[in-house]
Design a protein around this ligand. Structure first.
Ligand code: DGL
Length: 278
């Protein structure tokens, strides 16, 4: 693949990253994108650090093989558990000119601007919560604006989305239960990060059960899209390598027909997917 013929890769454990891809494509329609969903091995959120790292690295290498020179981990769990190792340990050895970016830092910078009282809530997978990535990054990058970060692991939310049972009584039960527990821990939360890219697909239930309607709900898609736009403007050497034919390619480790049907629901248009092995 020639230098100026390189798509941007977007990776998630499953469908969740499509919420990010949708916003990226809206903002940057001219670029070419390859989306990879590891649907056969989702969810990642309940897996160990080593396993998430191994799976994510396999996916990143596969996107490099597709010609991508820039890969967005549109998955908080992978960003929390694999990004640092990949950036610091793997890239210098396997692909020193390629870049891998995550979704946690952009979200942290945004919430730091948004909160008025410094009380931030994070709902995320068990893996992201256990990694403590959000409290650590908020402490580091919020210039003291975030005073208290309260997290809640929501292990059922990804399976609800992957199994397409949003907007059911079962989904409502888990959303209500987890939000109630979070706001019991800190009733003053004024900004809530949806720290998993699957969660915007549960936004109707989240809005229904958030105890105070004035709480800011931070969805990552638009934020990550804007940060990618700024990144490309700051890095002309990366931008000039991006191919711009508005093509989209979708890869999944599961049945491509399942993926096509579900992705069409999430994206609002039909797509064609190919099955790959990692
Ligand atoms: N979309 C992934 C995230 O943002 C979900 C992880 C999972 O597969 O559990 O964390």
């Amino acid at each position: 693949m020639t230098a100026s013929n390189q798509p941007i890769g977007v990776f998630d454990s499953g469908y969740g990253g499509l919420t990010v891809l949708k916003e990226i494509v809206d903002l940057l329609p001219q670029y070419d994108f390859v989306y990879l969903g590891d649907n056969a091995r989702t969810p990642y959120g309940t897996r160990s650090f080593d396993v998430v790292y191994e799976y994510t690295l396999e996916a990143v290498k596969r996107l490099f093989d597709e010609g991508c020179h820039l890969v967005i981990l549109a998955c908080n769990t992978a960003s929390a558990k694999a990004l640092r190792n990949i950036q610091q340990k793997d890239l210098p050895v396997i692909a020193p000119n390629k870049r891998v970016l995550g979704v946690i830092r952009p979200s942290v910078e945004e919430v730091a601007k948004m909160t008025k009282n410094g009380h931030v809530g994070v709902v995320a997978t068990s893996g992201t919560v256990a990694s403590e990535s959000y409290p650590i990054e908020l402490e580091k990058w919020s210039n003291g604006r975030v005073k208290q970060t309260t997290q809640m692991a929501c292990p059922m939310w990804v399976p609800i989305v992957e199994n397409n049972v949003m907007n059911t009584a079962g989904a409502d039960y888990f959303v209500q239960d987890n939000l109630q527990s979070l706001f019991q821990k800190d009733p003053s939360i004024d900004s809530l990060i949806l720290g998993c890219t699957h969660y915007p697909l549960l936004i109707d239930s989240i809005r229904k059960y958030i105890p105070r309607q004035e709480v800011n709900i931070i969805e990552q898609g638009k934020i990550v899209a804007q940060k990618l736009y700024e990144y490309l403007a700051r890095h002309p050497e990366m931008e000039s390598n991006c191919s711009k034919h508005s093509t989209r390619k979708y890869l999944t480790t599961e049945d491509p027909h399942f993926f096509e049907a579900r992705a069409a629901q999430f994206l609002g248009y039909d797509i064609q997917a190919d099955k790959i092995e990692l």
